[in-house]
Write a protein that binds this ligand. Structure first.
Ligand SMILES: [Fe+2]
Ligand SMILES: [Fe+2]
Length: 248
């Protein structure tokens, strides 16, 4: 894959950059550079207006194009559950905390501009996304305040060698709820994929519309990885740990 610097020149139009690299929208948003209606400006001019270094901006675009850090680089089957939990919090929960509202803002803009013309898909996409955003926010709260502390407590009990002790509740109960919520989230993501024709922008889509679809697709990929780490590694290992502590 050629680097961003190899394909983008100082005079490349901002609108052309976001078309080639939808992930760059996040960077233009951060620097307050208009990439949608006022995007037909050369990069050098847009950067001069905002007093931003072109090299720094392109380095950020390069970073935004890469897959999320830590994805698939470590074998989480080995190692303490507390570290896996911290990784989930720092990577996936932190990502959702910034990405869920950013996508909601873009979706609102797209609906305002294209809602009537694409009434077959956009209102349903809005409804599905809004529901999913709320569910995921509540879901993360439960993991962060109920399940994850319980698992960390189990691990501390194991390393202190003091036996199961007075556990507040077995991890299997909240895990079952979390798994059901993961299934509901996966169903909502399948619906969004169907509604957007596999995240394909319509012919008349503006740059915000394209960036929204790109963002939703990345959100789906990140959430799949997130759910995989919890369902396939963290949850079974937490149940195993609890069973090993409660003895034969
Ligand atoms: Fe999670
Ligand atoms: Fe979860």
């Amino acid at each position: 894959m050629p680097t961003t610097r190899e394909t983008i020149g100082n005079e490349t139009l901002v609108s052309a950059i976001v078309r080639s690299y939808p992930a760059s929208v996040r960077v233009f948003q951060e620097y307050g550079i208009d990439f949608c209606c006022g995007g037909s400006k050369p990069l050098s001019e847009a950067c001069r207006e905002k007093d931003v270094s072109i090299d720094r901006l392109l380095a950020d675009v390069e970073k935004a194009r890469r897959p999320p850090e830590g994805a698939g680089t470590r074998d989480w089957n080995a190692g303490p559950l507390g570290e896996l939990i911290d990784h989930i919090l720092d990577t996936h929960h932190a990502y959702l905390r910034t990405e869920l509202p950013r996508l909601a803002r873009m979706l609102a803009q797209v609906i305002e501009k294209h809602g009537e013309k694409h009434s077959e898909s956009l209102p349903a996409l809005d409804e599905t996304y809004t529901g999913l955003k709320k569910e995921l926010t509540d879901h993360m709260w439960k993991e962060e305040n109920v399940l994850f502390p319980l698992v960390k407590e189990l691990e501390r009990t194991q390393s202190s060698g003091s036996g199961a002790g007075p556990q507040r509740m077995p991890v299997s109960a909240p895990i079952m709820v979390m798994e059901q919520e993961h299934e509901a989230a996966a169903a909502a993501m399948r619906k969004m994929r169907r509604l957007t024709g596999d995240y394909t922008p319509p012919e008349d889509a503006c740059n915000t519309y394209r960036a929204l679809l790109d963002g939703l697709q990345r959100f789906e990929a990140d959430t799949h990885q997130h759910i995989h780490l919890e369902n396939n590694i963290l949850f079974p290992k937490a149940i195993e740990l609890q069973e090993s502590l409660s003895g034969p």
